[in-house]
Write a protein that binds this ligand. Sequence first.
Ligand code: 13P
Ligand code: SF4
Length: 302
Amino acid sequence: MNEIIKEIEKLKKKKNAVILAHYYVNDEVQAIADYIGDSYYLAKLAKSTDADTIVFCGVSFMGESAKILNPEKTVLMPDMSADCPMAHMADIERIEEMREKYDDLAVVCYINSTAELKCHSDVCVTSSNAVKIVKSLPNKNIFFIPDENLGRHVAKQVPEKNVILNNGFCHVHVSITADNVRAIKEKYPSALVLAHPECKEETLKLADYIGSTSGIIDYATASDNEEFIICTESGVGYELREKNPNKKFYFAGTKHFCPNMKLNTLEKVCHVLKTGENAVEISEEKRLKALAPLDRMLETAK
Ligand code: 13P
Ligand code: SF4
């Protein structure tokens, strides 16, 4: 075993630590993680683990959510600058404006958001539970923040609600165009198109399946088809290939890399385990406000 992996294993035992990794991080980090998964799975795990320390290989909103759900644990981020630009793409003034305008409004906040935005929201969602949660809300009017594309995808499946969209987006997913998909489809006509709902509407229209990172992996694994065009970040390729060594996966687009997720490296995992640096901190007042919509998500999505 490589020296750094041995060191990580040793430190993990010593500190009773667990390593959680999102499917978008580098292959070698996914390979040493105790758990890999989509945002919903990782949030549930963060709440239920009995480890003393969680090393969260992902981006800030994930580490922050883990800390909000589990304040007595130490949550370490291998790189504190790994942030999701979309998490900041909504503003409090607009939320307040919407609350003024509609008396029957629920602010539905994609988990890819800052703790500050969560504090002003009624319920959180992830891409794997958004439709179920929005459907279950008693409110007619839904302000969906920050992602416009996920919001539109949800709105289509919940026609009984008035879903108001916000103009946030993920630069990685919007870079995957319909033309990119068509070009691959021309070469591999029997390939099925699997897309993440953060992609643009024109790209989603070409999809045979739309779902979260876990949804995409599970769909490809259960399918008898042998070829797939994947419309999401390249990191899911690791688990897709692990589970399906004989199937072929073609990634659409040329910019399907999330630079923030890729900041997580084995060296940084080892460093934070050794030093305890990069612990996520959040004031108790803010934590309690942001906890309410996260708890409501976990309760409703069960
Ligand atoms: P999921 O893994 O929940 O599908 O989320 C995708 C994503 O963009 C996380 O940043
Ligand atoms: Fe954010 Fe997009 Fe990266 Fe996910 S892939 S962390 S939404 S920038």
